[in-house]
Design a protein around this ligand. Structure first.
Ligand SMILES: [Ca+2]
Ligand SMILES: [Ca+2]
Ligand SMILES: [Ca+2]
Ligand SMILES: [Ca+2]
Length: 382
């Protein structure tokens, strides 16, 4: 029992001794200082804190641990804490709010000194964006209030020296809303403030500026390119609701009658118009005329005969190929023009009787008979 108790008592004694002879020293140094910058005189501070250090003894100090030996060290003879190279806090500790290097120093009499060196941040970086340009596509149907998160700028400095806010080229249609992530970093959302219309303007270019919290702040900018994509928000429209044209009868097939045009300013299939006869266009009319679905050209396909009909009415619809299409309508009135296509029917009408007799004594200018010419074969009459 005694043989076990003795080492335990000795250990407690050592711990008590160490605890009694343990001091904490805290220092700070700004990042980016030249190599060899003196941070503190640890030997002097330790003595003032009660360490029994003999300043004449070169090996009085021994560094037992150092979290960054390539950056700071204690000169054992002078007891000075110095930088060994330029310290880049932003590389060493990134976004951490505190950047601490820890050392433990032991004296020859087993006294321990715990040293904390805080590396103070400088605002030595500007925010930067991952690419030179942010490209966005927004539908013209996006309602006001729509939000689109934007790529964040990055600033390696910590705290308020990091990215604090974003600004957008002032404009009426888009705004920015600044948000904070769980880790404290800031990002911006583009907010659609007003209704967009691709047919009015299909592309916008702005600049976004990221600012850190320095005084004055450092800036980083990026181009913002917004392409407004189409929605099928226009219907085809004819220039007129009615058209009147005439075409000679017996026009050969493919004779153009009229080229209709319904305009739709939308893009792609949303603005691609197809034409067709609809509704009350009867079968006979459909035999005589056709409309090209793509060009809107109405042509003659059958034999037009004035005597068969003078006027035809074509109801035409134009429809785009986009979703939820609403067709437009117009009426084309085609008048068939009479041409001299019937052989002349000559009626020889005597003035007085069927038998034409002329007296040899008839005076000059005496009317013998009337030649009546009725094209189209209608019944002639006096
Ligand atoms: Ca910095
Ligand atoms: Ca900065
Ligand atoms: Ca359309
Ligand atoms: Ca559109």
């Amino acid at each position: 029992m005694e043989s076990l108790l003795l080492p335990v008592l000795l250990l407690l004694a050592v711990l008590w001794t160490q605890a009694a002879a343990l001091i904490n020293l805290k220092y700070s140094v700004e990042e980016e200082q030249r190599a060899g910058t003196v941070i503190a005189n640890v030997a002097k501070d330790a003595r003032e804190a009660g360490f029994a250090l003999d300043p004449r003894q070169a090996s009085a100090f021994r560094v037992v641990s150092n979290s960054a030996p390539h950056l700071v060290d204690i000169n054992p003879s002078s007891g000075l804490l110095v930088t060994k190279q330029k310290i880049d806090r932003d590389l060493l500790c990134r976004q951490s709010p505190k950047c601490i290097i820890s050392l433990e120093v032991m004296s020859s009499s087993m006294e321990i000194c715990v040293i904390k060196v805080e590396i103070k941040d400088l605002n030595d970086n500007a925010p930067s964006f991952p690419a030179a340009q942010i490209e966005l596509e927004i539908s013209e149907a996006a309602s006001p209030g729509t939000r689109i998160p934007l790529d964040s700028a990055y600033d390696p400095d910590s705290g308020s020296f990091g990215v604090q806010t974003y600004e957008l080229t002032p404009n009426e249609l888009f705004g920015l809303e600044i948000k904070t992530r769980g880790d404290g970093s800031r990002f911006a959302e583009l907010v659609v403030e007003k209704s967009l219309d691709r047919e009015t303007q299909s592309h916008y270019s702005f600049r976004i500026t990221a600012l850190d919290g320095g005084d004055p702040p450092h800036l980083g900018t990026v181009g913002l390119s917004i392409k407004v994509t189409d929605s099928n928000d226009n219907n085809p429209v004819f220039g007129e609701s009615t058209y009147s044209v005439s075409v000679p009868e017996n026009s050969p097939p493919n004779t153009p009658v009229i080229r209709l045009n319904a305009s739709d300013p939308d893009e792609g299939t949303n603005g691609q118009v197809v034409y067709s006869f609809y509704g009350y266009v009867n079968d006979h009319t459909r035999e005589l005329f056709q409309i090209d679905p793509h060009s809107g050209l109405v042509t003659v396909t059958g034999a037009l005969d004035y005597e068969e009909g003078h006027v035809y009415e074509l109801d035409v619809q134009a429809k785009d190929l986009g979703p939820n299409s609403i067709p437009a309508h117009c009426k084309v009135t085609v008048s068939v023009l009479d041409t001299n296509d019937n052989p002349p029917v000559i009626n020889l009408l005597s003035v007085n009787s069927e038998l034409v007799e002329v007296s040899e004594s008839a005076p000059p200018g005496y009317v013998i008979a009337l030649f009546l010419h009725y094209p189209g074969g209608r019944t002639a009459g006096p």
